[in-house]
Design a protein around this ligand. Structure first.
Ligand SMILES: [Zn+2]
Length: 346
């Protein structure tokens, strides 16, 4: 081995190393290149083993060439390493970056179901006249649901309510919110202005206009000198607030055992405005609630002296009011929880 061949071998090694450095595609590959050429068992070490066979005068010259090669390879490794780290960082930033121009993800917003929404609208109107919301139990006793409302056990008007009984003691699912009148009178003294929204139950075949489960809002006012005129004025305000100022209203005679006299309260048809259409059976009117002066017997059952106090009560079906407000034709829709239906009330 002489100086020329050894230094030639070193230069070839340098060229191979520089090509390998340039071709390393990531830092791991670059590490392998460093080990292969400069490591303790690397190619440079292997070539330098031949240095011992050279004449003593040539050894420093070969050492100088070997040093140049090592520095050249180390410099290339450092440069390529910096470039690879910079590329990797740029790629990571691109991958993790936030594109502030991307449209946001929509968060689904809920809304009130049309039944509680309608109850809230009703309560808001009567709340302006001092009516306070009470709640009565859904499981009632026969006494409160019927007898104290002037409906004795053998009374023919019981046929008006197909009742679901809970047990043989006569406990039942309330058939109307009217027992709430008794519940309120048991805990409050006149002047009373109570609003009682709640779920009611009847033994009914289900169709577009009947359900075994439905909602009512009951109202009760008891004070000295309360008259039908007060009732009429209040219900007019209610009808106008929900269905428009211009809408005419009327009382028709009605019948409930717990009010005397009893009336049906009609508003001008909200569909045709009074000219007659299928929705109002061509009468131009729609009945929205039943009402009347509280029967003296009911006041007595409530512990209130009917000689001193008078009262009126009214009750309405929430589904009926919601149907008219939102032009819904089938009350089964309210209980089916179909989002395609419910999302229309946002
Ligand atoms: Zn009509």
């Amino acid at each position: 081995m002489d100086f020329d061949s050894l230094s030639g071998e070193l230069r070839r090694l340098r060229d191979d190393a520089l090509a390998a450095v340039a071709g390393a595609s990531d830092e791991a590959a670059l590490d392998q290149v460093a080990i292969r050429f400069l490591g303790r068992k690397g190619e440079l070490t292997a070539v330098l083993r031949g240095i011992g066979t050279l004449p003593a005068d040539d050894r420093p010259r070969v050492g100088a060439v070997a040093n140049e090669v090592r520095v050249a390879v180390e410099t290339a490794l450092a440069g390529r390493g910096a470039a690879l780290r910079s590329e990797a960082r740029a790629a990571r930033l691109a991958a993790e970056g936030v594109d502030v121009t991307t449209p946001g993800r929509t968060i689904g917003r809920g809304s009130l179901h049309p039944i509680p929404e309608t109850v809230a609208a009703i309560a808001e109107v009567f709340g302006q006249f001092g009516f306070v919301v009470y709640e009565g139990p859904e499981v009632e006793d026969d006494l409160t649901n019927f007898q104290m409302l002037n409906i004795p056990p053998d009374h023919p008007s019981r046929d008006l309510w197909d009742t679901l009984y809970v047990d043989v003691e006569g406990r039942l699912l309330r058939t109307h919110t009217s027992p709430g009148q008794i519940r309120v009178m048991e805990q409050a003294r006149p002047p009373i202005r109570a609003l009682l929204p709640g779920r009611c139950f009847r033994y009914e075949a289900v169709d577009a206009s009947h359900g075994f489960e439905f909602f009512q809002v009951e109202g009760l006012m008891v004070d000295e000198g309360t008259t039908m005129a007060d009732l009429r004025g209040l219900l007019d305000e209610f009808a106008h607030a929900l269905f428009g100022r211009e809408r005419a209203t009327r009382f028709r005679p009605g019948y409930y055992p717990f009010t005397e006299p009893s009336v049906a309260f009609d508003v001008q048809c909200v569909v045709c405005g009074g000219s007659g259409c299928p929705a109002c059976s061509r009468t131009g009117w729609m009945t929205i609630l039943g009402a009347g002066m509280v029967h003296p017997v009911v006041l007595q059952y409530g512990g209130i002296d009917p000689e001193r106090y008078q009262g009126f009560a009214f009750g309405m079906g929430v589904e009926r009011i919601a149907n008219l407000r939102h032009a819904v034709g089938d009350l089964r829709l309210y209980l089916e929880d179909d989002l395609r239906f419910l999302e229309q009330f946002r």
